[in-house]
Ligand binder design. Sequence first.
Ligand code: TXA
Ligand code: MG
Length: 317
Amino acid sequence: MAEIGRDIHKAAALLQKGELVAVPTETVYGLAGNALDTEVVARIFAVKNRPEFDPLIVHVPAPNDMEKYVEDVPREAVRLAKLFWPGPLTIVLKKKPGIIPPLVTAGMDTVGLRCPDHALTRQLLSMLPFPLAAPSANPFGYVSPTNPQHVNDQLGEKISYILDGGACPVGIESTILGFENNVPVIFRLGGLSIERIEAIVGTVKVMTHSSSNPKAPGQLKSHYAPGKKLIVGNLDEMLQQYPAHSTGILTFTRDFHSPYQRILSRAGNMEEAAANLFQFLRDFDQMPIDTIVTELLPPEGLGRAINDRLLRAAASE
Ligand code: TXA
Ligand code: MG
């Protein structure tokens, strides 16, 4: 198993030596390595068992580091970064030639940049002479980790150190936004709601379900699959159909008084629901059930991103 600790000097030393370290962010834990070193980046893909057509996000310490790696930056991108960085927003921009290796970006001429909002990791980033490539620290196709133990359970044999920043407060991955002909497009729904983005740049196009040509393979249908079969639908109807002793229930607010249920937020708070989502999906793996039934949340705020994760998890078969 990997060591779990809060020593950023140790984390920095390992990263400088070209090793991988799991790091906390406000969204989910990342599997981090030197983004400028192709050999290190190749190891990230190997440890995650991730196909090389799926590009990695590059994490920078401060909003104005953007200029080092990208060019032709649309004005909206600058405004969004100013307002929402550090924070759960990844912005896909045109790479400056010759800096970020092709493997990081799966050969594309764009790179996803993000300045994460976590004190420990920002401190770590500011100590390093390179940015960090960091996908979520889970095996490809599984639920993202939101605390150090999740990382250790799944990747503990393959890495030596997990920087412990506690539970991730946002709990779902960053929103990914790019540009097509200078028009903002959302490639992945995530921890920054569309409403907050649209309040700044006006209506945005959402392009998250083109699995035939995945721009962000977070778009692959089964990307968030938990270990049990998950069914999304009308809970009252499903609970008549599925036996109580072998069925897990995931609700937004309702209490069905089952030992195998999880309530995302009794108060109906979307932020709380997002923070609980991935932990709860993992909890069901430990229960003696074979099916999980769930319902969609109201499609507003983070509810849309949560619904996206639920629908993908349900599409896993
Ligand atoms: O919240 C997050 O974004 C977390 C934390 C660790 O920062 N990271 C994360 O990384 O979720 P990952 O690798 O699990 O998902 C990154 C997604 C991938 O689906 C990838 O295809 C997309 O970002 N992506 C990266 N670069 C891209 C690019 N140039 N164009 C389009 N999509 C890109
Ligand atoms: Mg991921």
